[in-house]
Write a protein that binds this ligand. Structure first.
Ligand SMILES: Cc1ncc(COP(=O)(O)O)c(C=O)c1O
Length: 405
């Protein structure tokens, strides 16, 4: 049988298009193998990864240390009901409290959006009980924010194009402007229970909160008895150059949600809070069948251990500065680049024209995986084990392809 034109990528792509719901604009490449910062497709082509599973592989793809620990765990026990503790769950909760400093209690979920849902319930319950008011359920979030796709998290996601087709949206959410404290203060009233914010907005454009703004938000929360919820689902676990982005801002949350890179590729999310806030959650207040399963939690423990041992947050800081400088040099050279912004290894590059889609596709055909968050903006979220050489490869590619635009 003749095999020259055989293309496994396209074969799987065609089957996928037939059987999977079309919720993504998928590209016709299927990755079947990955190791650290590299991927291989079904036809054996190698790629350099600058999106890391939308930021969930800070420790790299199939990191050997994580794989070993998970394999050991799944050979023993993967899952038990949540009316029992399991060892990795307890160990991971302890680790999360230790590395956050403010954290005293943890609830495990399976994803980012689920963690946000739980945080909304926790904040509402805490505030309504503490202030003896059934009306104290309002939450302030920010335009261009992204907190997830389930209905509570979607209500916090202040992007009309994501909400409009799913109305009615859960009530009680107000939207302020990032880096504009007056717009926040205008929305605060006696019914405000929490403010939820990404320290660096990811999906909304890699928009970095000002340090002063974060401090002002914390002050406004303290003054009004409002809880500060930080969504560190994308910024957490070293991404911005410290273990959590809030450590760059000197501002501590009351509740923090994490997911993505905590699992090193395994599905997991967590709500971390002070004991006082967590005390309102009683048996029956919230739950999850798979939340805190031993397999995902063993991955989480291994991720934190690996990250601390290899000082990945510092690596993200140093390489992030290097990467950012190189991108800014390109921006000085090409007027089509409007802005380069970000923190650590979370970087956005905005163009004055809608060229992002073409660049993503061209990069893929040249063996580099990058991502666009709008028609004009590229986002780079490499693994934190990316090297200077890898960064130079991307910079050289950008230099050539932006010149050719
Ligand atoms: C800041 C932020 N919050 C929440 C979410 C939702 O997480 P998940 O896709 O795991 O539900 C995301 C996902 O991109 C995110 O970046």
């Amino acid at each position: 049988m003749k095999k020259e034109n055989f293309n496994k990528n396209l074969e799987i792509y065609a089957e996928g298009s037939k059987y999977l719901m079309p919720t993504y604009n998928r590209l016709p490449v299927v990755f079947t193998r990955a190791k650290m910062q590299y991927l291989w497709d079904a036809d054996g082509k190698k790629y350099l990864d600058f999106i890391a599973g939308y930021g969930c592989l800070n420790v790299g793809h199939s990191n050997s240390f994580v794989v070993k620990k998970v394999k050991q765990q799944i050979g023993k026990i993967m899952q038990s009901s949540n009316i029992y503790y399991n060892e990795p769950q307890v160990e991971l909760a302890k680790k999360l409290c230790e590395i956050t400093g403010f954290g005293q209690k943890v609830f495990f979920a399976n994803s980012g959006t689920e963690s946000v849902e739980g945080a909304i319930k926790l904040a509402r319950k805490y505030s309504m009980e503490k202030f003896h008011s059934e009306k104290r359920f309002e939450i302030i979030s920010f335009h261009k924010s992204f907190h997830g796709r389930t209905l509570g998290a979607l209500a916090a996601t202040a992007q009309p194009e994501k909400q409009n087709e799913f109305k009615p949206i859960l009530e009680g959410f107000k939207y302020a402007e990032l880096n504009d404290i007056d717009s926040v203060k205008e929305k605060i009233n006696a019914n405000t229970c929490a403010i939820i914010i990404e320290p660096v907005q990811g999906e909304g454009g890699v928009n970095v909160a000002d340090k002063k703004f974060m401090v002002q938000i914390r002050e406004a929360c303290d003054k009004n008895g409002i809880l500060l919820i930080l969504d560190e689902i994308q910024t957490g676990f070293g991404r911005t150059g410290s273990m959590f982005a809030y450590q760059n801002f000197g501002v501590t949350p009351d509740i923090m949600v994490v997911a993505k890179s905590l699992g090193g590729g395994m599905p997991i999310g967590a709500i971390i809070s002070t004991s006082e806030v967590a005390s309102v959650f009683k048996p029956g207040s919230h739950g999850s069948t798979f939340g805190g399963n031993a397999a995902s939690c063993s991955a989480g423990c291994a991720v934190i251990e690996y990250m601390v041992k290899n000082n990945l947050p510092e690596r993200a800081k140093v390489l992030g500065n290097y990467f950012m400088n190189k991108l800014k040099q390109l921006a000085d050279k090409y007027s089509i680049i409007k802005e380069v912004r970000g923190m650590g290894l979370m970087i956005g590059m905005e163009f004055s024209q809608p060229v992002a889609d073409d660049l993503v596709k061209k990069a893929l055909s040249d063996g580099i995986v990058i991502n666009k968050i709008s028609a004009e903006t590229l986002r780079f979220l490499p693994t934190l084990i990316v090297t200077k050489k890898n960064i130079n490869t991307l910079i050289n590619w950008l230099n050539k392809n932006i010149k050719d635009l």
